[in-house]
Write a protein that binds this ligand. Structure first.
Ligand SMILES: NC(=O)c1ccc[n+]([C@@H]2O[C@H](COP(=O)([O-])OP(=O)(O)OC[C@H]3O[C@@H](n4cnc5c(N)ncnc54)[C@H](O)[C@@H]3O)[C@@H](O)[C@H]2O)c1
Length: 252
């Protein structure tokens, strides 16, 4: 088993990629903290893990709230004694708004959930990692964090920021036994489209142009395998980098 006796926190683990990452980590021997805004969904993930003999507990976290991040890490340490792996996965889409149509409240909400949360959980977990000179962070960025129009301007900028934060953190703590990497998934079959409420027609028409060359959508299980690689010692020499997992979409 690749993560025997590790303690992993996965945010947004009630659904999609986060759920599959939680299930796979547990299968590989990790104790998993299943964190999500949706507590009912998180409980279902925990039941699935426990039914297969794994260890996990659910915790309600709104990653946009600083106090929830504090309590997520503190409760993990209280329950399992430490943290070894942090997966910053929770995230939402914008509505494909181009710059002229962005509303401050949407921009701020997307950045709070997709970007500021990653900084806050990293900041909170680092003293634990520094003390033991060991720890792994896996950020779920996006192809939208590497290219220009996979989504609207706010989502694109929020994920570019995650990529920059990942590289900076990886480099800063490279000699402290800590690794920080990101995954840039292409289109993946999850529930994320349900976070889109009022799609911007102009923005969508521009975004759709690149979808024609996407070979296929991925399954969340395929992203979970990359997240396992990044959490395990198999990737010991990978740090401050981004793995694109998009079935070849961006290779064109
Ligand atoms: N699906 C895709 O095509 C795709 C592509 C690239 C990147 N991503 C990224 O992958 C990550 C996971 O998304 P997914 O596609 O699995 O979506 P999903 O909607 O299936 O799962 C996201 C989970 O995050 C939770 N969540 C949302 N807001 C939250 C908050 N404020 N606090 C805590 N939890 C919250 C949701 O309840 C949900 O369980 C996101 O960061 C997303 O941006 C998705």
């Amino acid at each position: 088993m690749k993560l025997q006796d590790k303690v992993a926190i996965v945010t947004g683990a009630a659904s999609g990629m986060g759920k599959q990452i939680a299930l796979l980590y547990a299968q590989e021997g990790s104790k998993v903290v299943v964190s999500d805004l949706n507590l009912e969904g998180a409980n279902t993930t925990v039941e699935e893990i426990q039914s297969k003999g794994g260890q996990a507990f659910a915790i309600q976290t709104n990653v946009a709230m600083e106090e929830d991040i504090q309590s997520l890490i503190d409760t993990t340490v209280k329950t399992y004694g430490t943290v070894d792996i942090l997966v910053n996965n929770a995230g939402i889409m914008d509505n494909f708004e181009p710059a002229a149509d962005i509303k401050d409240e949407n921009w701020e909400r997307i950045f709070a959930i997709n970007t500021t949360s990653v900084m806050r959980s990293t900041r909170k977990v680092l003293p634990i990692f520094l003390e033991k000179q060991e720890g792994v962070i896996v950020n779920i960025a996006s192809a939208g964090g590497l290219y220009g129009a996979r989504a609207g301007a706010a989502y694109t900028a929020s994920k570019h920021a995650v990529v920059g934060f990942t590289k900076n953190t990886g480099f800063m703590y490279a000699q402290k036994g800590i690794r920080c990497n990101a995954i840039a998934p292409g289109a993946v079959e999850t529930s994320i489209a349900s976070t889109m409420t009022n799609i911007n027609q102009f923005g969508a028409s521009r975004q759709q142009r690149g979808m024609r060359i996407n070979p296929r959508a991925g399954k969340p299980e395929e992203i979970a395998k990359v997240a396992l690689f990044l959490a395990a010692d198999d990737s010991s020499f990978l740090n401050g980098t981004v793995i694109t997992a998009d079935g070849g979409w961006s290779a064109y």
